[in-house]
Ligand binder design. Structure first.
Ligand SMILES: N[C@@H](CCC(=O)N[C@@H](CS)C(=O)NCC(=O)O)C(=O)O
Length: 219
């Protein structure tokens, strides 16, 4: 097959690439990697970071999920596009994707894995800004109307990991009263036909993240 994806089942970065390929209707071979004992294939194809996801298309490989999403959008121009067509809107979408990645998802992950509450305010203040963007657009998805776009895919893992983190970890981030637009977006995203049935169940996620949190606190 001309498209191959190296991934790991728990990786939010891999998951967003899988969703993008699904939206575009691209068939691909999937190879589950061991992210602890890394295969020669992974080390060869991502010699800089040694991480998944790696996308291979026509024998050429690329890494970094946000870059892979853009490559997918530019290569398979079937509708719907992931990024807006207007250059200014595209720039704004990239800005928010970077914000979501660096100030929200990464800090939420650090808060969860450090088992400390000190990240909670930072995560909530980032979420306040994301909430503002959702309210501004007054649309179901950042992609516009019923369409999942680039920013939805970047934020996507929050729709299933954050509820689990809130149950297991020391932070309580999601709050339908304070963040009603985010609450609605999570609901919309998880119930979108592309996404529904393609994420682990809440029970599986709770078991997985609880066992990881236990391992981290024992070390
Ligand atoms: N910025 C990267 C992050 C990729 C990443 O952190 N992948 C993790 C899996 S979730 C990994 O391969 N970890 C192995 C390691 O850190 O050695 C992206 O967006 O693709």
């Amino acid at each position: 097959m001309e498209v191959k994806l190296l991934g790991h089942f728990s990786s939010p970065f891999v998951q967003r690439v899988k969703w993008a390929l699904k939206i575009k209707g691209v068939e691909y071979d999937y190879c589950e990697e061991d992210v602890v004992n890394k295969s020669p294939q992974l080390l060869k194809l991502n010699p800089v970071h040694n991480k998944v996801p790696v996308l291979i298309h026509n024998g050429k490989s690329m890494v970094e999920s946000l870059i892979i999403l853009e490559y997918i959008d530019e290569t398979w121009k079937t509708n719907p596009p992931l990024l807006p067509q207007d250059p200014y809107q595209r720039a704004m979408t990239r800005f928010w994707a970077k914000f979501v990645e660096e100030k929200f998802l990464l800090v939420a992950w650090e808060g969860f894995t450090s088992q400390g509450v000190k990240h909670e305010n930072a995560v909530k203040s980032a979420l306040e800004k994301i909430e503002g963007e959702l309210l501004k657009g007054k649309k179901k998805f950042f992609g516009g109307g019923e369409t999942i776009g680039y920013l939805d895919l970047v934020l996507g893992c929050a729709s299933y990991n954050l509820p689990a983190f809130d149950k297991i970890g020391p932070m309580k981030i999601l709050d339908p009263l304070r963040f009603p637009a985010m609450d609605q977006w999570i609901n919309n995203f998880r119930n979108h036909p592309i996404i529904k049935g393609d994420i682990q169940s809440d029970e599986e996620l709770l078991i997985f993240w609880t066992s990881l949190a236990n391992k981290i606190t024992k070390n």
